[in-house]
Every structure is written in C-alpha cells, then in structure tokens.
Design a protein around this ligand. Structure first.
Ligand code: ATP
Length: 512
C-alpha cells in the first residue's frame, strides 16, 4: 500500500470509529474544519493533560491561564499581525488553483533533496560494502550539482521573502520552471500577500471601529496578562505562563486532514527570562521539548530539529521540531526566542509600563521570551497516524489495530462478559463500576468475543477482560493485551493495578 493510500484509509478509519468527522458534513462539509467525535475528544483530552501536567505541574515556575479568543484589536497592531501575518499566494491561470508561493518553492527544494538521497541509494547499491557515504556526498558530481541548486534556490527564496519582494518570488518560481501540479502549466499570476486573520464585528454597530479578530495564536493572550500573572502569583524570573486554546487562520491551502486547519488548538508556553540569557534558555527548552515528544514512545527517529535560517522579525533564534508524518517530515512544534519584541510592543501601543523589577540585580527591564508552541491537532495526527496498523495475523486473518501509547488511549479497558446470561453481565458490570471511577471503560456484550476484541483493537484499547463461568467460582478473569494479543488469567481485584502500572503518567514522566 502506498503512503497515500495508507493516509486515506486512516482518515476513513478516524471517521468510522468516531475519532474525527468533517465539520458540517450533512451540508457537504466546511473546508479545513473538523469535529472530534466521542473517541477523538478523549484522545485529545489525554494529550492536553500530558502537555499541561508536564508544563504546569512538573515545573514550579510555570503557571497556566485561559485567556479569551476575542481581544482588543490594538493587540494585533502591536504584535504586527495586521500588517505582517500574511502568506504570499499565487494562482495558476489554467487550473484556477491557488498556492502558497513559499510552499511551491519549499516543495521544489524538498524534491532536489530527495534526488540527492536517491543518488546515495544508487551509490550504495553500486559500491556495496566499500561505499563511503560521506565521501560520496562530497565528491559525486550529481550530488554536488543538486546541492548547489538547492542552496541557490533556498538563498534566493529567503532573500525575496525576507525583503517582501514578491516580484522576485514569482521570478524564482518561473526560473525553477515550477508547474502547477493540477494543470501542469506554468501560467502564473502575480504573487500577492494575503492576511490570514479572520475578522468579525463586535457589538451592535456595524462599522469598522468595531472590527475585531479571532486570535491567530494564543501567545498574545499570555503577553498581555504578563503583569497580572507575575504580580498575583508573585512569580520571579525566570518563569513561564502556559495556555491551551483555539486559534484561527484563514489558511490558503488547507489540506492534509487535520495537519492544516482553519480552526485549531495550540498548546503554548512563554518563558520570561533576563535579557542576555535567552539563548541559554532556548537551548534548554529545545532539549526539554524533544524529551517530551520522545517519552510518548512513537520512536526517536520520527523527530528532527529544523533550525530556521530566515528568522521572523521578532526572533533571534528559532527551530521547529518536525515529525515524520505520512506525507514526510513537517513542523509539529515551534521553539522561538522572541526577544523582548512582544512585551515592548504592548508597552508602546498601550502606553503602560510592562516591566519586571529584578530583586537580584536591582534593575527594571522588559523580559525576554522563549516560546514553545505546539499544535494539538498536529500532535493528535502524529500519534494517531503512527499508531494505525493493518496487520496480517498468523491465522491468516487481518486486523486493524491502533497501537496508541496506553496512557493516551481513549478507552483503557473493555469489559466483556463471555455470554449474555448466567449472571455474567451482572458480574461484569460490577467489576466495571469499580474500575470506571479511575479509567475510561467500555462494556460490550454483543457479537462473538473475537469480533469484540477486533472492535477494541480498532480503537486502541490496551486491555480487555473477559468474564466467564470460572469468574463465578473464583473471581478470576481473562485479561487480553492489545499489542501481543496474549491472554492470562488474573484475579478481578488485580485488574485496576495492572492497568494503573501501564497507563499512569508517573511512568511517562519518569522519562522526562
Ligand atoms: P506552518 O509553517 O506549518 O504554517 P507556522 O510556523 O505558521 O506553521 P506557528 O505559528 O509556529 O506555525 O504555530 C505553532 C504551531 O501551531 C505549529 O507548529 C503547528 O503545530 C500549529 N499550527 C499552526 N498552524 C496550524 C494550522 N493551520 N492547523 C493546525 N495546526 C497549526
């Protein structure tokens, strides 16, 4: 199965089992907006809890807030979003399809890089055990040519985008001979800037003075509350403020399922530090955040850093943690050293002093900020896609199993009476009533036990217990493990502890 087919089947699976639905589906859907179903919301909540507790509970110097989506419109002037939160867009005149010009160029560079990797594979095949990859990369003429080309395009792209020279961006697309993937033609319009913020009107008067925006990031809600939190919680620098919340962006090209949405959720933490110490903290948070990802257990090779060459106007260092999605390595989290830009801008635009008095140095200053900003929906996709497996069993049967990390699974335990009589359902319900206080459980008495196991595999339930006639005699049950499909007989009173050991955040936090 190709990666593309696999991706399609996991999207279908997400719908079939109640993880994710297209928004407004009965009206043929709303593009790039999704609803989380009964299991999706559980998985999402578990991810949120993992992030929140790792930030706010484990770090005594980080506290959380929940700021409003609507904010004073001046905030977006101060932050630069009204003027600079743009994507350069270009249309193909034949297909009428719209693209982000920077994405067309980035895809082009990725293709060159893939060509280099193909040369390496060819070289390895040709030279066998004598193959010296480092030397090959330094000397092979095809590799060198491609490397030079990629570097040239990257540098021209960064310069054109950095100086907002849209004519140069278009020229580069033409020079690279980039064709529209739909029409195959090179008949491009000019490149234009497109602001990504959604706006609406507040109050009853509909004139432009009431124009407000749906926040495109949660960060600004943290910045404008900096003094409120610092004073009321008596926080001393360095300290952080964390927040999980919705953000809205009118993305031009919204595709790849929940990877790029118009309404999505972010989990952000702004860490306030002494000026001059920001790069030390930037390195610190890079390391801490990567550990957080690795502790999920999807495999360390699935993550990589991508340091930014072209820095945003407010940043003096920036990196992305990229994840190996079914469509390649793409940004999952951004870590940015934002200098004092945001607080200084709000100080300027509000006319109010936003400073911190440092009792250790006896100085007042505008703190510097290191931000960690991760997309909740992208994290969901990373976990969900990496867990989705179609397996052929030894018996020749096939099963679809979501190998979700047990601590994140929406349902931890399925309680299954072998038959619907002889008092087994009553015993099963009694066991479940006791365990459901601690963990999300599902009761199922319909169909054969094999079918019920398959249903639980498909939603990623790590444990199933079966209640049979022996349970009546000795209170023992069969526990079945999702990944190995092994079964063992245990006392019903042990089940809670067995699950606890496998799903507790304590075990995951020990790896941080
Ligand atoms: P991209 O380059 O992919 O558009 P970005 O650099 O604009 O992302 P940030 O502004 O750094 O993203 O936002 C922080 C995080 O929020 C991203 O790493 C991503 O996980 C998430 N995110 C951003 N835009 C979207 C979106 N449209 N849909 C879902 N998640 C998003």
């Amino acid at each position: 199965m190709t990666q593309e087919d696999l991706f399609k089947s996991l999207i279908a699976h997400a719908k079939e089992y109640g993880f994710i639905f297209q928004s407004s589906e009965v009206y043929d859907g709303l593009s790039a907006v999704y609803d989380y179903g009964q299991l999706g919301v559980e998985l999402k909540n578990n991810i949120k809890k993992y992030w929140w507790d790792a930030m706010v509970r484990l770090n005594e110097n980080i506290v959380g807030i929940d700021s409003a989506i609507f904010m004073h419109p001046k905030i977006w002037e101060a932050s630069g979003h009204t003027t600079a939160f743009n994507d350069p867009l270009i249309d193909n005149k034949d297909s009428k399809k719209r693209y982000r010009a920077d994405v067309l160029l980035e895809d082009y560079i990725t293709k060159i890089e893939e060509k280099i990797e193909k040369e390496i594979v060819k070289g390895r095949k040709k030279f066998g055990h004598k193959f010296d990859e480092a030397q090959f990369r330094e000397t092979n003429p095809n590799v060198l040519r491609s490397k030079k080309k990629a570097a040239e395009v990257t540098s021209r792209m960064n310069e054109a985008l950095g100086s907002n020279d849209l004519t140069a961006v278009r020229q580069l697309i033409i020079d690279c001979d980039i064709a529209c993937p739909v029409s195959g033609s090179r008949n491009w319009t000019e490149v234009r800037q497109f602001n990504l913020m959604f706006s609406t009107k507040m109050g009853s008067v509909s004139d432009d003075t009431n124009l407000i925006y749906l926040r495109p990031e949660t960060a600004q809600g943290i910045f404008v509350n900096f003094l409120n939190v610092q004073k009321t919680a008596r926080m001393k620098i360095p300290f952080g403020i964390a927040q999980i919340g919705k953000a809205f962006r009118n993305e031009i090209v919204a595709r790849q399922f929940i990877f790029r949405m118009r309404e999505f959720e972010q989990m952000e933490m702004q860490f306030f530090v002494r000026p001059g110490e920001e790069l030390k903290w930037f390195e610190h948070w890079k390391e801490v955040r990567l550990k957080w990802h690795n502790a999920i257990g999807l495999g360390e090779d699935k993550y990589r850093f991508h340091d930014h060459e072209k820095l945003a106007h407010y940043a003096n260092a920036a990196t992305d943690i990229e994840f190996d999605f079914p469509f390649g390595f793409k940004e999952l989290e951004g870590i940015h050293s934002r200098t004092d830009f945001d607080l200084a801008q709000h100080q300027k635009f509000s006319g109010k002093k936003i400073q911190y008095f440092d009792p250790e140095t006896n100085e007042s200053y505008v703190p510097y900020v290191v931000e960690t900003s991760i997309g909740l929906d992208r994290t969901f996709l990373a976990i969900y896609a990496s867990s989705y497996c179609q397996e052929k069993l030894e018996s020749g049967e096939e099963r679809v199993v979501l190998r979700l990390p047990a601590f994140l699974a929406p349902v931890k335990l399925a309680v299954l009476p072998l038959v619907k009589k002889d008092g087994l359902p009553e015993i099963a319900k009694k066991i479940m009533d006791n365990i459901k206080i601690d963990f999300n459980c599902q009761y199922d008495e319909k169909d054969s036990i094999g079918k019920r196991y398959r249903r639980q595999d498909a939603i990623g339930t790590p444990f199933c217990i079966t209640i049979d006639h022996q349970t009546i005699e000795d209170n023992s049950v069969t526990i079945r493990y999702r990944d190995t499909m092994e079964q063992e007989r245990v006392s019903a009173s042990e089940v809670r502890d067995i699950i606890e050991k496998k799903v507790s955040l304590r075990t995951v936090f020990a790896k941080l």
